[in-house]
Design a protein around this ligand. Structure first.
Ligand SMILES: *[C@@H]1O[C@H](CO)[C@@H](O)[C@H](O)[C@H]1NC(C)=O
Ligand SMILES: *[C@@H]1O[C@H](CO)[C@@H](O)[C@H](O)[C@H]1NC(C)=O
Length: 227
């Protein structure tokens, strides 16, 4: 499944959520208070989208540093560790297995946000996604602005695989300057986290898991960044 397709579903769900801002569904949108490193807050999920079927447990630990956001993606029950070894930075790694974050500083529903992905081969994808219709409406623009030199810009990534324990951990730093945020404490963000699962047998079909699933009408959720 193409992630772009999923994305449009998720954004559509958000657009309709605003009409029922005070409804009961709003309270189910997950949120986290995020502290200065090394104290960590953890986003967890184990359901697929859109079906809400069992999905391998996935954790994303978050904390902030003066100049970056640290995310530690933890994939449990990983059996395939499936990636294309030929793919390098900013290529279509989302066709295989990735863990990913959509990130936007602020409370509003974004039209442009960072999409960050990492695969089991430690390859990363980082692009700002421009989606002014929010729902990826037909004929509306939908564009990607790639971060072409992530290491020089302050992105870091460290990936550890443990095939016996069936875990894959990627710890990443994402520079705050990308978002014009110089004081992360007490700022509010919207984010969502995803994981794709596929295998040589099922490729290109994928399963997708999300922290804030669209059936709960929360595409990107708010975080409070605290000291
Ligand atoms: C999925 O997560 C929920 C909430 O954290 C937990 O109660 C449940 O036991 C988990 N299910 C599985 C199969 O791990
Ligand atoms: C992963 O990639 C980063 C650069 O993005 C590099 O610094 C690091 O050494 C790589 N290796 C591992 C094992 O994480």
């Amino acid at each position: 499944m193409h992630l772009g397709t999923i994305l449009s579903c998720l954004l559509a769900a958000t657009a309709s959520a605003s009409a029922i801002a005070d409804g009961p569904e709003r309270r189910t949108r997950p949120s986290l208070k995020v502290y200065k490193c090394p104290r960590k807050a953890t986003a967890k999920f184990n359901k697929s989208v859109p079906d809400q079927k069992p999905f391998p447990t996935t954790h994303v630990e978050l904390c902030w540093k003066p100049k970056s956001i640290q995310l530690t993606f933890k994939a449990f029950d990983e059996t395939e560790f499936y990636f294309d070894p030929k793919q390098t930075t900013n290529q279509d790694i989302w066709q295989y297995e990735v863990m990913e974050a959509f990130i936007h500083p602020g409370r509003n529903s974004p039209q442009t946000y960072l999409e960050f992905e990492v695969n089991p081969n430690n390859v990363t994808y980082q692009a700002f996604v421009y989606n002014p219709s929010k729902v990826r409406a037909e004929k509306a623009p939908f564009d990607h602005f790639f971060v072409t030199n992530p290491a020089a810009d302050g992105f870091t990534a460290t990936t550890t695989l443990d095939r016996k324990a069936k875990t894959w951990v990627s710890e990443v730093d994402i520079p705050l300057a990308l978002f014009n945020v110089e004081r992360p404490e007490r700022s509010t963000w919207r984010m969502n986290f995803f994981r794709t699962v596929t295998s040589p047998k099922t490729f290109p079909a994928q399963e997708l898991g999300a922290w804030s699933p669209p059936t709960r009408r929360g595409f990107i959720s708010r975080h409070l960044w605290r000291r």
